[in-house]
Write a protein that binds this ligand. Sequence first.
Ligand code: CUK
Ligand code: CUA
Length: 645
Amino acid sequence: MSDENHDETTPEAPSKPGRRGFIAKTGLAIGGGVVAAQMIGCGNESPATDTNQAATPGAGSDETPGAEGEGHLSTDVEPGQLDDYYGIWSGGQSGEVRILGVPSMRELKRIPVFNRDAATGWGATDWSKELLKGRSSGDTHHVHLSYTDGTYDGRYAYVNDKAQGRLARIRLDLMEVDSIVDIPNSFGTHGIFPQRHRTGLVFCNSEFRAPLPNNGTDMDDKTKYSALHTAIDGESMEVKWQVQIEGNLDLAAADYEGKYSFACCYNSEGGVTLEEMMAADRDYLYVFNLENIENAVSGGNTTTIGDSPVPVVDARGDNGPFVLRIPVPKSPHGVNISPDGRYAICSGKLSPTCTVVDIQKIAQAFAGDIEPRDCVVAEPEVGLGPLHTAFDGRGNAYTSIFIDSVVTKWNIEKAIQKFGGQDVDPIIQKLDVNYQIGHVNASMSETKNADGKWCVALCKFSKDRFLPVGPLHPENDQLIDISGERMRLAHDGATYSEPHDALIVDKSLIHPVNVDPRDLPRYTQINAWAEEDGINLMQDNRVVRKDDNHVRVYMTSRAPAYGMTEFRVKQGDIVTIIDTNQDDVEDLSHGVCVTNHDVNFGINPQGTQSMTFTADKVGLFWYYCPWFCHALHLEMRGRMIVEPR
Ligand code: CUK
Ligand code: CUA
């Protein structure tokens, strides 16, 4: 690798401010006062412990370039060669999901989810608009894939919308959204996680507490505020049940056996101001007992909230049978399960530790045989501001450390031995990352087949790492080679704001198709129209007037021409264009752009899409194909003639 990379990971002499020192100080300046560097990035309720901690000299800089046992994988993917992994990135406030190739870090695709996308027409085509219910923004933090037997089954990806309390599902063969569900009474849906033994429930945590039902009563009585842990069927996308609970729920996890789901809970004080949220020095890892919850649901031992019919188990104040509260240091954020299924590891943004919970002890704690805290088997010191943990499948953990801007590699068994009183050091290495890391994840880390090759550090600040592009900088998603004993920074990856989390998935587990299947949800409507109008979508080109104001325009596309090169409507008509791409050639997309009407959508090979608009201006308007499909692509066009009424 280049010397530049080595420079970046070389320990800095205390006398030299360097880039990292600059960042720590900047963080303090932005945070200001009581609220320190933690506030500038991940976690919106992070308070200060000791502002001096943020500038701890030499924190984490024990990296020795070229040390024995350093990883040696190459990020080079020659032209024409394919990557080994799919990278599946959330897109943060862009509302989308992105697909990258790993290790090249080439961006392969953007999947619009909660956002409006002009290229594909997502958010403008009839069906996507219906799915989004007219909304055009969202905030995707956590993307996870469906599982079977502890590893990815290649069927679905699930992604949260923190902004509007939704869960979306992406079909992985198509890499397009096929379902979006609104989660009742949930505000700030943040952590999500699917079950891992089979495609079962997807757990969703609501981060923001509110008086429930949120109908104007009890708004000033914060003792009435609560949050929800929601279970959605990953197959039918039905909301199955919710657990009502007092604390703010952050990240989510599921075990490998289908017994438990997990949520980090901060603000167990139930405060609504920063000071109130910081009063206690402990918070909790919540463990949900799925069998007990489902028994309560099937036995009708539930309530409902407001207009929602979803059964709700009220577990406020309960310590079993539904929820076990394991005390952990203040303000835990991330929780991750080790690939052997044995440990749940959570980290508190305000404590320099990770808490290791032995999942096998949880049953005893639910039975009351041991105290909840007795499930904790280790609490190694990993650095300032630990957030998330990834795994290499060789017994090591990699924790992202926000304030120190490092990834800490540590050994789980040694941490347990140390907690038991033995004189061992579980910390293996701290690697500088640039800068202020949020999530960390490793190849196949969230499956039983974690392979310990690549790790990605999603850094919130890139500062000076790329060509300047104005005040809004890219993020820096750094690729780290973890194949050796020592981590090695391998690549700086600029990304547009702001992926929160990413998965690195073995490419053999995902099986994309080349043409649109015809069994997608949007065909329910499209096929009904075609049947009503006697249309064969694959070959007919016809204008069907439905009434005085409604017109359906059925067209086909085959490179380099539309099946219909002229149609007439009347001013004020509501026009639905239904276009079918007859081509079945790999990579041959067409589209329809109606000039001066804000109409623009794409159609995959063998697919049909529809979009509806009002022809409100009299005149001649060309429509054309915006996707470069043929040498005569520019000639692929037609005339919409809007006649006066
Ligand atoms: S995250 Cu969503 S606020 Cu650590 Cu997964 Cu930062
Ligand atoms: Cu079809 Cu360009």
